[in-house]
Design a protein around this ligand. Structure first.
Ligand SMILES: *[C@@H]1O[C@H](CO)[C@@H](O)[C@H](O)[C@H]1NC(C)=O
Length: 152
């Protein structure tokens, strides 16, 4: 009987990890129930780390947008190391083309970093790390890539 909870857990959370090459970003994802995008915002002219001494920027709002900025999926605040993780739980499952999605930071960003441009938007593509099929649907884990500055 001691093994019953373990078996139940295995049954509930039995997952099939689908390894994906980084080149397959333009995946049309169907029935996503959870989406996670993690990345880092650094204090530099681009928001990307320049070297190992680059500091993160804390307290900045990072917004995940898709469809050319038409659809805002979620947001997160960077922590003390500049790390952010946008997590979405999608009740009905969602289908969309993740190649249209970016993490964005509207400038000027709050915080003490004076290296970032004063205006524009930092925009980073998202790259898929894993897709996991759970009993309720697909969990997609992404990493936010390098930022570039786009004008308004
Ligand atoms: C900042 O967030 C990242 C990603 O969520 C996490 O790994 C890290 O431990 C956090 N750091 C602090 C100091 O909270």
């Amino acid at each position: 009987m001691a093994q019953y909870p373990t078996m139940l857990l295995l049954a509930l959370f039995f997952v099939v990890a689908i390894p994906l090459a980084h080149s397959t970003i333009t995946t049309e994802l169907t029935n996503l129930v959870e989406l996670r995008v993690a990345g880092v915002l650094s204090c530099s002219a681009t928001g990307n780390p320049v070297d190992t001494t680059s500091q993160g920027i804390a307290g900045v709002n990072v917004v995940l947008v898709c469809n050319g900025g038409q659809t805002e999926l979620g947001q997160a605040i960077t922590n003390i190391t500049g790390a952010y993780e946008v997590t979405l739980h999608l009740v009905d499952g969602l289908s969309f083309d993740t190649s249209t999605c970016f993490t964005t930071v509207r400038l000027p960003a709050v915080g003490s970093c004076t290296l970032l441009p004063p205006t524009g938007i930092l925009q980073a593509p998202i790259t898929i790390i894993s897709l996991t099929q759970s009993v309720v649907g697909v969990v997609g884990v992404f990493v936010g890539g390098l930022f570039s500055v786009v004008s308004l």
